[in-house]
Design a protein. Structure first.
Lengths: 500, 220
């Protein structure tokens, strides 16, 4: 599904009326009313189109000289509801209201339409009154709702982002789409002897790093907390105990400074990182996020409104597989860079390790999912078998062949997602992007298939606060209301929840 | 306007935060509690902490920048929850420009106990440390508003505490941690010769639960 929002004209009236009468059983507007609405110069009507088909519309009224705007109507075709089309329409209307210098938007909604009310609340609307029996002939009350556009006047908000979802404590600062500071303190060294991230060690390190990382970020950006317009914080997915450190800190900072707070999805942050690199995110894009904690393939049609999880690992994350195989080969932690180093001298075709979830029967159910657990076991068996026979193995060949198997599956599935969905872009993110072979193979396959490859600089690919801040600034610029103070840290937050 | 660091110890407003058990926050003026909030459930710290701080400030009629000192309960307590309050205390202090001091969370239980039982002598305070152990400390009384710790804080099996202190001569209590009491202790410590405790390191008492991996065979 690909939805285009465009401005409505009088020519669209017949199609609009079809949807109007189907959507509003007893209180549809007569055609004449709609004609004068469309023709008026103080109104702004938009359509949501899927291909040539009208699937929704919405309208805003804003009289010149007034600083109030009204949402006149919004409708989404019945079979297309719940897909985010309403959000796209609302997004466009609130942006238009902001551009027209409105300070507040009003609307009326049927008291019995809780789905619409939920949508409006997402955009900061609050009920301010009731009109008794407003909708006739049904005799249903109307709720009057209002949202303030104060923050939205800020075209380039300065946002401080806090990230503590795994083993990196990050504080970043952005102004609009511009990166001002990105400070990261990693506890990676402390996990080395354990061969993987120990959640309790990571959480302890976050608490210690909070203050120095914040101080350094403010210094780097040459700002004080007074200059900050809003705070953004990762509330998931990630390690629960680690997330809670950032969430607790961010909430207290919000209360202490009176700045609004935005709870942001970590994975969406990885996608947003591209904005930091080139000032915008081109959509639609497929995003492949590969780290020690995640292996996710996303279809991003719109960063704030339409991020879809196509697939993810069903067992180990790719970075985790690198760590575990490094241990089997007697290499140190983290495994990715070590395997990359050793593999340089090896033959990637020496051993044919299994490619997880690529057999036809698996592809039916797990077309975009990944599995690295079997691969890791295959490497261990290979090494142990050789040891039991007292045979010499080439660590370089094993490392190169293992790396090839991982990279092969990752890139092939990502590229086939690009083809399946007709998306000409692939964005890479996550710490495993540091892997030289992954970048090389991605480049080859993308070039061969006419796909544009985006790889932000490594400091923006690993977990960091700036990518959280940039999602925060996008939310503000799109007119989203801040999160309320009682959101929780959610270790399994779905990628469809961009803001909690 | 802020008063200088030296005079904040003598008075002003403080915000006390503790998440070593439930979530408890309080606002005090010169060691007197103006507002306090106690959530007893042990799991909702990160959800509660922001609005809890907001609420006690509202209840006390204060703005964040009127707070001169943040008092952090540094435990001991289950780590994940404990850290939420400590993270909040650190960033609230930075955001409001307040000083940051600490008090052992168990001391607040002792203060409340002696205030309710002025004639009591020795006290042992225990809280749940999970894994069939308890965090504990023992006290001999309160001097100038400061509970006098004789042992601990430590973590042990409850039945082993008797090997450190004479349990027969110690009373025990069911009271819990209270931020208002923490704030009172910090105020009293600020008046003492030693001053308030500036060390805000959490009292973990246990190392992280991880052992270096030896690697195991996968083929049998």
């Amino acid at each position: 599904m690909s939805i285009v929002i465009k401005q409505a004209t009088l020519l669209d009236l017949p199609e609009i009326m079809k949807l109007e009468t189907a959507s509003f059983a007893n209180d549809a507007w007569p055609e004449e009313t709609f004609r004068s609405e469309l023709g008026a110069n103080h109104t702004f009507y938009i359509l949501a189109l899927e291909g040539d088909e009208l699937v929704g519309y919405a309208g805003l009224s804003k009289l010149p000289g007034s600083d109030q705007a009204d949402i006149q109507t919004i409708a989404v075709r019945e079979d297309k509801r719940g897909l985010g089309i309403g959000r796209l329409l609302m997004n466009s209307l609130t942006q238009q209201a902001t551009d027209l210098d409105a300070k507040e938007i009003f609307l009326e909604v049927r008291a019995d339409n809780s789905i619409a009310q939920k949508l409006y609340k997402l955009f900061g609307f609050k009920q301010i009154g009731t009109r008794k029996k407003y909708y006739q002939p049904d005799g249903v009350d109307a709720f009057i709702m209002k949202t303030d556009l104060k923050l939205k006047k800020n075209k380039e908000p300065i946002v401080l982002g806090i990230e503590t979802s795994c083993d990196e404590t990050g504080v970043g600062i952005v102004r609009g789409n511009t990166l001002l500071a990105n400070i990261i303190s990693s506890s990676m060294d402390k996990h080395a002897i354990f061969g993987g991230v120990v959640p309790e060690i990571a959480a302890r390190a976050h608490l210690e790093a909070l203050t120095p990382v914040l101080d350094e970020a403010l210094e780097k950006a040459n700002l004080t907390l007074d200059d900050i317009d809003a705070i953004a914080v990762t509330n998931g997915p990630g390690l629960a105990g680690a997330l809670m450190v950032g969430v607790g800190a961010a909430k207290a900072l919000s209360v202490a400074t009176g700045k609004p707070i935005y709870a942001v999805n970590h994975l969406v942050g990885h996608v947003g990182a591209d904005i930091l690199d080139r000032g915008e995110l081109q959509t639609p894009t497929i995003a492949l996020l590969v780290s020690g904690g995640h292996t996710s393939l996303l279809l991003v049609r719109d960063l704030l409104n339409d991020v879809e999880l196509l697939g993810e690992t069903i067992d180990d994350a790719a970075g985790e597989a690198f760590d575990k195989v490094a241990r089997v080969l007697g290499l140190s932690y983290p495994g990715g860079p070590e395997i990359d180093r050793v593999a340089k001298e090896g033959n990637p075709a020496a051993i044919r390790f299994p490619r997880g979830l690529t057999l036809p029967k698996d592809m039916e159910k797990h077309r975009y999912d990944f599995s690295f657990s079997g691969l890791k076991t295959a490497v261990a068996r290979h090494v142990e078998l050789a040891e039991s026979k007292n045979e010499e193995i080439s660590i370089a060949d094993v490392a190169a062949s293992f790396r090839e198997a991982v990279v092969d599956v990752l890139i092939k599935k990502a590229v086939s997602a690009c083809e399946d969905f007709g998306v000409p872009r692939l964005l890479l993110g996550g710490g495993v992007v540091a892997n030289a072979r992954l970048r090389e193979v991605a480049k080859e396959h993308c070039e061969a298939n006419g796909i544009e490859l985006r790889i932000p600089p490594f400091s923006l690919c690993t977990d960091n606060g700036a990518m959280i801040a940039i999602v925060g600034s996008q939310l503000i610029m799109a007119g989203r209301a801040p999160s309320t103070l009682d959101f929780s840290a959610e270790s399994t937050l779905p990628v469809t929840t961009v803001q909690s | 306007m802020k008063t200088s660091a030296a005079s904040t110890r003598m008075g002003g407003y403080s915000l006390a935060i503790d998440t070593s058990a439930g979530t408890t926050v309080a606002v005090l003026s010169m060691g007197t509690v103006l507002a306090e909030l106690n959530y007893l459930e042990p799991m909702t710290h990160s959800e509660r902490i922001g609005s809890a701080i907001q609420k006690v400030l509202n209840d006390a009629g204060l703005k964040p920048n009127q707070i001169d000192t943040v008092v952090a309960g540094v435990g001991p307590g289950p780590f994940t929850g404990l850290r939420v309050g400590l993270a909040a205390a650190r960033y609230f202090a930075i955001g409001s420009g307040a000083d940051l001091v600490s008090v052992c969370s168990l001391d607040s239980i002792a203060l409340d106990f002696y205030q309710a039982n002025p004639t009591a002598k020795n006290l042992v305070v225990t809280t749940d440390a999970r894994r069939k152990e308890v965090f504990w400390a023992s006290y001999s009384g309160v001097v100038n508003g400061i509970p006098q710790r004789t042992h601990g804080p430590s973590v042990n099996k409850e039945q082993d505490i008797g090997s450190f202190i004479d349990l027969a001569s110690h009373e025990s209590t069911e009271l819990g941690v209270r931020a208002g009491a923490l704030g009172q202790i910090a105020f009293a410590q600020g008046l003492s010769a030693q001053g308030a405790n500036k060390d805000i390191t959490p009292i973990y008492l246990r190392e992280p639960d991880a052992v270096p991996s030896k690697g195991k065979k996968v083929s049998g």
